[in-house]
Write a protein that binds this ligand. Structure first.
Ligand SMILES: Nc1ncnc2c1ncn2[C@@H]1O[C@H](COP(=O)(O)OP(=O)(O)O)[C@@H](O)[C@H]1O
Ligand SMILES: [Mg+2]
Length: 333
């Protein structure tokens, strides 16, 4: 396919070499122009931060600001590929359609009225455009990464509020038996509200239904946040225990992320011997050192530590964590 934007080149007969050089934009610029509109979305600023290509964009139907993400894979096969191998082409197309259905059905399920008190930045739409897969989220203009330096000066009440807001977002998913599957510090942001700041959970692209996990090679997430059951499921390690994959897996990862953000060290918890990934320690039955999180809520911190238990069902569930936050957050415990 030509790299030029339709309508940008004049009639070939009037082109001298110099004219062509003046009228045809350099390749980079042309590519920039070609990707300005993705369906009804007009792309604006490129947003750095993750693995995927992301932009701020405007929905031309109603003028709303959106966050758009282009997935690096999978890719919809081309007509050329169809001509080469029709069976392979049709198989790939059906895989791409199932991928779309999966994302649309997850997006439909987390369209609740309350969406975690505003702390869940839920997916709005997913679609194929040309050969690429795109996903749309509301655009949040003042996201600040959840990092230990920002949180260091916060008083206990605001720490609990931030943790509570993440838990509320996650409860939306867990109540519907949806696993986030990529809980990590980079997917939790802060946003200013009149009473201080609350957390926002983003990036629902690896979500799956607890009763239907994707095949091990497809299951997403981030390795140093993998729960023991994910490590076993992916075949990285074996275990004599049956470790069922499900919503408890998120709580393992969440406990690591919260420790990283709120503990004085600003790191993941330490185990009594050196291993790379937390899940490996849990599998080895190793003792974990969980630092104080400065919440003045001993029960909450105790339960967050228990989220690192090897056996998923021995970990607290989201309601138990939420109830340990207490209800009267207006008073510092
Ligand atoms: N809804 C949003 N509004 C504005 N910025 C966002 C939004 N979601 C994510 N971001 C920004 O884009 C970065 C990458 O987003 P993320 O969904 O985590 O992508 P990836 O799949 O590449 O990890 C985030 O770190 C954040 O800075
Ligand atoms: Mg991310």
């Amino acid at each position: 396919m030509s790299d030029f934007v339709e309508g940008q080149i004049g009639h070939p007969e009037v082109h001298t070499e110099r004219k062509i050089a003046r009228e045809i934009p350099p390749r980079e610029e042309t590519r920039e122009k070609r990707r300005i509109n993705v369906g009804p979305y007009k792309l604006e600023n490129r947003i750095d931060g993750g693995k995927a290509e992301c932009w701020m964009c405007t929905d031309t139907r109603d003028g709303s600001k959106r966050f758009i993400k282009k997935f690096p894979s999978p890719k919809m096969p081309s007509e050329e590929e169809r001509a080469l191998d029709r069976v392979a082409y049709e198989f790939q197309v059906s895989q791409c359609n199932s991928f779309l259905e999966h994302h649309q059905s997850i997006a439909r399920d987390i369209t609740s009225e309350h969406v975690g008190n505003g702390s869940l930045v839920r997916p709005l739409e997913a679609f194929w455009h040309n050969s690429s897969f795109f996903k749309i989220y509301p655009f949040i203009s003042d996201l600040t990464p959840l990092d230990a330096t920002t949180l260091r000066s916060w008083e206990p009440k605001h720490r609990v509020l931030a943790i509570r807001s993440i838990l509320l977002a996650l409860r939306e998913l867990h109540n519907k038996k949806i696993v986030h599957a990529d809980i990590k510090k980079a997917n939790i942001h802060l946003i200013k509200v009149p009473s201080g700041s609350v957390a926002r959970l983003i990036d629902f692209d690896d979500c799956y239904r607890a009763d239907a996990p994707p095949p091990p090679t497809v299951l997403g997430g981030t390795e140093d946040y993998y729960s023991p059951e994910v490590l076993v499921y992916k075949g990285f390690v074996s275990s004599p225990y049956v470790l069922k994959l499900g919503t408890h897996s998120d709580l393992f990862s969440l406990s690591l992320a919260i420790h990283e953000a709120f503990s004085p060290s600003g790191k993941k918890p330490r185990w009594s011997y050196t291993e790379t990934d937390a899940g490996m320690h849990a599998l080895a039955g190793d003792e974990v050192e969980y630092e104080s999180l400065g919440t003045a809520k001993p029960l909450l911190e105790y339960r967050l530590k228990r989220c690192l238990k090897l056996i998923p069902t021995e970990r607290p569930n989201i309601s138990e964590l939420l109830s340990a936050c207490g209800t009267n957050l207006g008073r510092v415990a």
